[in-house]
Every structure is written in structure tokens, then in C-alpha cells.
Design a protein around this ligand. Structure first.
Ligand SMILES: Nc1ncnc2c1ncn2[C@@H]1O[C@H](COP(=O)(O)OP(=O)(O)OP(=O)(O)O)[C@@H](O)[C@H]1O
Ligand code: SF4
Ligand SMILES: [Mg+2]
Length: 334
């Protein structure tokens, strides 16, 4: 099946002040060689620590930041201008209250996409009420202002605005961040129901592994602006192949205090993107790093089960590793 959206070899650079005597600028490589795809009706989870480039990738996919390299295809066709794509996609931003204009009543905010894209409505009031009903908010909310909404209500308004033009793809940046657990569940149930009703695809950006495990079909794990592992969610959780994924999963809090997990939590600071480590960029924190890792950068390689991993010595591979994969004296149990 043709993916709904696909990116191949995406790179995004930002400029930061600096350089010679502080007069020039540094070129910061924020995303490097990122390839992702989402099939119609499916959910891709995008996971990684703060600063790993999740929001930048989400924005680059919609053309909200420009790319230095790479191709984006939507419904199988290369995207040169983002106009067509923007009507069929929508972004739910990380902070819903801040992303709604404080002076715009909710009814106006959620119907703004009609005006931005020049799409006719029978009446703005009717369109607003229909969208509010879709996300389970009373129609009186049309005349409320963002500061009058609770976190959960603001999220619902964010969903309503995203769905105004009935997109095929919604990119949700941290859709449950800052919400109580019960409200998080309500928002996820709402998103799941709407996905089925409206045949949506989602890209969900999050730190929350427990949540993404339940709602995504596939996950991509990012580290310093690169995807280090990608695959079907259940299988990645059942047996992570990249040591970073394994550490992330192991460092998730476990609700039952009687169960203690072997401590594999990631140690050490995330390196600065100004000083990317040589070779494999995870080697400064990787419990399995070997000599080769410090000098040679691994590429994202397809492995069994529709999975990809960026590591010289992947964990949990089904086929036996070659002896030559190991350093001189260092070996490790697989
Ligand atoms: N406009 C910008 N100019 C320069 N650097 C930027 C800019 N926006 C983001 N960055 C840098 O790009 C990197 C990736 O940022 P991004 O916001 O995409 O990460 P993230 O994974 O979404 O993080 P978080 O989980 O905290 O939201 C960070 O190092 C950040 O400092
Ligand atoms: S390539 Fe080496 S340092 Fe990088 S994740 Fe794999 S084992 Fe660890
Ligand atoms: Mg972000």
C-alpha cells in the first residue's frame, strides 16, 4: 500500500550565532538522514529525549521548517509546494493553550483553518458547533476564551481545530503532556475514536512510552536528530535492537513497586548537537560500545521483521551475529 506520507533522507539545519570571534554563525545539523513513512489509517509514534529533534521533524514534514536535503512524498507524489499537503494535514501543537490566540474565542479559533485555506462554510457558528460536538465539548464553548479552559478542554479544542478541514493526517506533538492521567486517557480515547470514524493517520510525538505503546502501530526512536530504530511497536517493545531503545524502555517507571527492573537506565548527559560524538553518536552513553563504535558511524539498516536499526551490534537479532562483528577482545551476549 502506498504510504500516506513518506520522508527520505531528510536533513534540517538551523543557524546559531557564533563562529569566528562570534561574528558569523554555526550551521547546526538538527536532523540528519531521517526517513519515515506512515500508511493510511496507521499511527506512527515518534519518541526520544528532549532536544532529539521530534518537533523539528514534525514541522519539517509539513513544510513549517525548510529542509536542507531529502524528499517528502504525500500519497506517493513528491511534495514541492506544501499548499496541497497543508489542507490534508494538521498539526496539534505542544502547548494547546499557548497555541490558541488568547484574544480569539474558541469558536473562531477552531474555524480559523477555513479562513486560512479559503474553504467555504455555511455559517461559522454552525461549523464551530459541529466541531465542538465532534470532540465532546458543549456548543456554549464557542464563545469562551482559551484561559477559561482546563488543560483537557484546551486539548479537545486543539483536536477540533486540527480536524476542521477533515485532514488525512494529524501530527500531534505531545498530546497528553501536562494532563492528569485520567484526562490523558480521555484525550487518547477521543483521538482513537476519531481516527476510526474519520479514517485518520497520526504521527504522535511524545516522551511517554507507556502511552505510545498503546496507541501506535509503529514507532521511530530518535537520538540527536537521527532515527536509531524503527519498527512495529509491539515487536520493538518485546525486543529492542538498539541499545538506546533498550535503555529508554528499561528506564520507564513501573507502576507496581514490587517489580524491580534490572537497572539499564541511560546514564550520562545527552551530548550537545554543537559537539556531536565521533562514530556512533550514542557511544558516549552506550553500555555496549566497542572500539569500532567510536570511529565508524553505523547506518540505519533494515533487519528482520520489517525493522530498522542504526547500530553495529544490534540486540535481539534473530540471526546469529558474525564473529567479525565483534571487536578483538570484546564480546557480548546476545
Ligand atoms: N529555531 C531554532 N534555532 C536553533 N536551534 C533550534 C531551533 N529550534 C530547535 N532548535 C534545536 O534543535 C534541537 C531539536 O529541537 P526539537 O524542538 O525538535 O526537539 P524535541 O525532540 O521536540 O524536544 P522536546 O521533547 O523538548 O520538545 C534542539 O537542540 C533545539 O535546541
Ligand atoms: S553502534 Fe556501538 S555505541 Fe552505537 S549503539 Fe551500537 S553498540 Fe552502542
Ligand atoms: Mg518538541
Amino acid at each position: 500500500m502506498t504510504p500516506l506520507i513518506e520522508a527520505e533522507g531528510l536533513a534540517v539545519n538551523f543557524r546559531a550565532p557564533g563562529g569566528f570571534l562570534g561574528l558569523g554563525h554555526h550551521r547546526l545539523a538538527i536532523l540528519e538522514d531521517v526517513s519515515v513513512s506512515v500508511r493510511p489509517g496507521k499511527t506512527l509514534g515518534l519518541v526520544g529525549e528532549s532536544g532529539s529533534g521530534k518537533t523539528t521533524l514534525a514541522r519539517a514534514l509539513l513544510g513549517l521548517v525548510s529542509r536542507a536535503r531529502g524528499e517528502i512524498r504525500f500519497e506517493g507524489r513528491p511534495v514541492d509546494s506544501f499548499r496541497r499537503l497543508r489542507r490534508k494535514t494538521a498539526m496539534m501543537f505542544q502547548d494547546p493553550i499557548a497555541s490558541l490566540s488568547p484574544r480569539l474565542a474558541i469558536g473562531s479559533a477552531i474555524t480559523e483553518p477555513f479562513l486560512i485555506h479559503g474553504v467555504a462554510m455555511t455559517s461559522r457558528r454552525a461549523a464551530a458547533e459541529e466541531l465542538l460536538a465532534l470532540v465532546g465539548l458543549p456548543k456554549e464553548f464557542a464563545s469562551r476564551y482559551p484561559h477559561e479552559l482546563s488543560g483537557g478542554q484546551a486539548r479537545r479544542a486543539g483536536v477540533a481545530r486540527a480536524l476542521a478541514l477533515r485532514p488525512a493526517l494529524v501530527i500531534a506533538d505531545e498530546p497528553t503532556a501536562g494532563l492528569d492521567v485520567s484526562i490523558q486517557g480521555e484525550i487518547l480515547n477521543l483521538m482513537t475514536r476519531l481516527k476510526a470514524e474519520l479514517s485518520l493517520s497520526y504521527i504522535i510525538v511524545t516522551h511517554n512510552l507507556a502511552m505510545i505503546r498503546h496507541v501506535s502501530d509503529r514507532i521511530a526512536i530518535m537520538y540527536l536528530g537521527r532515527i536509531v530504530e524503527e519498527g512495529p511497536t509491539a515487536e520493538v517493545f518485546a525486543g529492542a535492537r538498539h541499545p538506546y531503545t533498550a535503555s529508554l524502555i528499561a528506564s520507564e517507571p513501573i507502576p507496581d513497586p514490587r517489580r524491580r527492573r534490572q537497572s539499564l537506565a541511560i546514564t550520562g548527559e545527552v551530548p550537545s548537537i554543537l559537539r556531536r560524538p565521533s562514530g556512533c553518536e550514542f557511544h558516549t552513553r552506550c553500555p555496549h560500545a566497542q572500539a569500532r563504535c567510536r570511529s565508524e558511524a553505523p547506518s540505519l539498516t533494515k533487519s528482520t521483521g520489517g525493522r530498522s536499526v542504526r547500530c553495529h551490534f544490534p540486540l535481539n537479532e534473530r540471526f546469529p551475529p558474525k564473529l567479525s562483528d565483534f571487536g578483538d577482545k570484546e564480546t557480548r551476549q546476545l
